[in-house]
Design a protein around this ligand. Structure first.
Ligand code: ADP
Ligand code: MG
Length: 252
């Protein structure tokens, strides 16, 4: 839905116009306005209701800011706002895949370059070993990418060896090896299910499903710097999906 469409179909409240002005800012404080609407039929509330999110119109839920986005907590669900097109689309591609993500729905807001991702509340208070492992798996990936620009996922038969070499190199205990292999496996699963290679699956973006204990990535955003361009990531994702035999994918 683009802004024009929204404008013709709905009475645009001044709060929406005010967020519109913030379109180039980070997707954090301005997103509070979404919760403050007095129009109970606005598309945001409709989307929440359709997905059985329990919320109180006019009340900003508890939230946590990440590096760029903001996550709002509503019982056993979380609404994460992001301005990253890749993150939104990886999330969309992950809907219904219980591992290694917990995505329920993705809504493209009427604000340019802003998406809301609804996901299950997951456990980010994981053991330090898994955080360290995510860190190391990310470093290993960076190394492999440097050697092979076409890197997509960790080679199954070398994960143990790569993990073992890394703990030696970084003077970490060998007890970390199985955790590193688990983190690599989770990154591979995400690739096999979506066509996306998560290059920012580090300690702050890894969690566990509270019900199954499985590793999940609650932050599916790629490693991005100021002049980040989404298009190459998305093109690669489409190509990889074709290679993997995954269905063609319509971007959100
Ligand atoms: N599904 C979730 N369950 C529990 N906590 C979450 C969830 N999603 C996000 N969070 C919390 O919100 C923080 C910010 O979310 P994140 O997706 O990492 O944002 P950013 O893209 O800005 O890094 C996370 O570090 C985590 O503490
Ligand atoms: Mg994060």
């Amino acid at each position: 839905m683009n802004f024009k469409l929204w404008e013709t179909s709905y009475n645009v409240n001044s709060f929406l116009k005010s967020i519109f002005l913030y379109e180039d800012r980070e997707s954090q404080a301005p997103t509070e306005q979404f919760w403050l609407s007095t129009d109970l039929n606005n598309p945001f509330y409709t989307w929440l209701s359709q997905n059985e999110v329990k919320f109180t119109p006019g009340q900003v839920p508890r939230f946590v800011d990440g590096g760029v986005g903001r996550a709002y907590f509503l019982g056993n669900k979380v609404v994460k706002f992001t301005n990253n097109r890749v993150e939104a689309n990886v999330a969309k591609a992950s809907i219904g895949q219980s591992i290694p993500a917990a995505i329920i729905s993705v809504w493209r807001t009427p604000i340019k370059q802003l998406w809301a991702i609804l996901q299950k509340y997951v456990n980010v208070n994981i053991e330090q070993e898994l955080k360290d492992a995510a860190d190391i798996a990310t470093v290993i990936m960076d190394d492999l990418k440097e050697k092979d620009p076409h890197f997509t996922h960790f080679p199954e038969d070398q994960m143990e060896k790569l993990a073992s070499q890394a703990v030696t190199q970084w003077h970490k205990p060998t007890t970390l090896i199985p955790y590193i292999v688990s983190a690599m496996n989770a990154i591979n699963q995400l690739y096999l299910k979506t066509g996306f290679t998560h290059d920012d699956a580090g300690p702050t973006n890894i969690a566990r499903d509270p019900d199954t204990g499985h590793i999940v990535f609650h932050d599916l955003g790629p490693n991005s710097t100021k002049n980040f361009k989404a298009r190459p990531f998305l093109d690669k994702m489409h190509q990889n999906r074709e290679k993997l035999g995954l269905p063609a994918f319509t971007e959100v």
